[in-house]
Design a protein around this ligand. Structure first.
Ligand SMILES: CC(=O)SCCNC(=O)CCNC(=O)[C@H](O)C(C)(C)COP(=O)(O)OP(=O)(O)OC[C@H]1O[C@@H](n2cnc3c(N)ncnc32)[C@H](O)[C@@H]1OP(=O)(O)O
Length: 257
């Protein structure tokens, strides 16, 4: 094999050091995520955001872990999701798979922000989100934001995204991430409330086209060098997903990138 020159040894050392640093960073990120997952109620820090009163809606915002949802709530949120999304899923290559969606919705790591009518206690909308690692980075992944038809376009969706961002950034997540289908107007909503194409969003080429894109909002306080499109200088690929979905946050048959 010959002898190693001083230069190549130094290079190897540098690489080993980099790898070590990356591994340490991922271990630290896992701790940050675990801490957030332990919280009894991350909403309790933001009392002003537990009530929405605007455009004819008076709502209470509550936080629940999936394991604390009752049967009525489970049925309600699944039927709302189905009403809002089934057609959109069917119109793209994902298709609609109820069993997988149910599994995803009620996974132990799922967290919920729920909006209820303050006058009659009826359910208005929800966000399913998780504190998780995505490509080695600690994130709040917004899996779903779903509002009942009669309360859409009244500012409640924007308000709920603000709450997710507050919970994410207060608990040291580096960004809020979400997946949107390209075949729909709601990506305009996310762009309107400040989301941009994330660096992990797949890019169409001759071999594959993707029906979705990944958008994000970065925690500027924590990651001055992390941008949606540029990422850190040394981007970390940890492949450390503990859950079954590909990193787009939804089940998506046939897409593993
Ligand atoms: C990660 C995911 O969950 S992707 C799936 C998203 N969910 C859905 O598509 C389900 C059906 N839709 C909904 O539940 C809701 O309409 C949401 C969540 C998409 C948006 O919440 P809303 O409360 O309706 O939006 P909100 O009133 O806060 O809108 C804020 C701004 O976003 C933009 N916007 C919202 N909806 C749309 C739309 N359909 N088309 C274009 N722009 C939109 C507008 O600029 C709007 O401001 P304006 O009303 O002053 O013009």
């Amino acid at each position: 094999m010959g002898r190693k020159t001083a230069a190549s040894t130094a290079k190897g050392k540098e690489k080993r050091l980099q790898r070590k640093e990356e591994q340490q960073r991922i271990r630290d990120a896992m701790i940050v995520v675990a801490e957030a997952n332990k919280l009894e109620n991350p909403l309790s820090d933001f009392s002003v955001f537990q009530k929405y009163n605007k455009n004819g809606i008076v709502a209470n915002l509550i936080y629940k872990k999936s394991v604390d949802l009752n049967e009525f709530e489970k049925n309600w949120l699944f039927s709302l999701l189905k009403r809002n999304m089934q057609l959109k899923y069917e119109q793209c290559s994902w298709g609609w798979n109820e069993a997988k969606k149910l599994e995803e919705l009620f996974d132990e790591s799922a967290r919920y922000l729920i909006a209820k009518n303050a006058n009659d206690n009826s359910y208005l909308g929800f966000s399913h989100f998780r504190f998780d690692l995505d490509e080695g980075i600690e994130v709040l992944y917004c899996y779903e934001l779903q509002l009942d038809n009669h309360v859409q376009r009244k500012g409640l969706g924007k308000f709920m995204m603000q709450i997710l961002e507050l919970m994410a950034f207060k608990n040291n997540m580096k960004k809020v991430l979400l997946t949107v289908l390209k075949n729909n107007n709601y990506s305009k909503f996310f762009r309107a409330v400040g989301y941009e194409l994330d660096e992990t969003s797949p890019i169409d080429d001759e071999e594959a086209t993707y029906p979705y894109e990944i958008l994000s909002k970065v925690n500027k306080r924590l990651a001055p060098t992390l941008t949606n499109s540029g990422a850190t200088k040394s981007h970390i690929h940890s492949h450390s997903h503990s859950h079954g979905h590909s990193h787009n946050g939804h089940y998506c048959p046939g897409h593993h990138h």
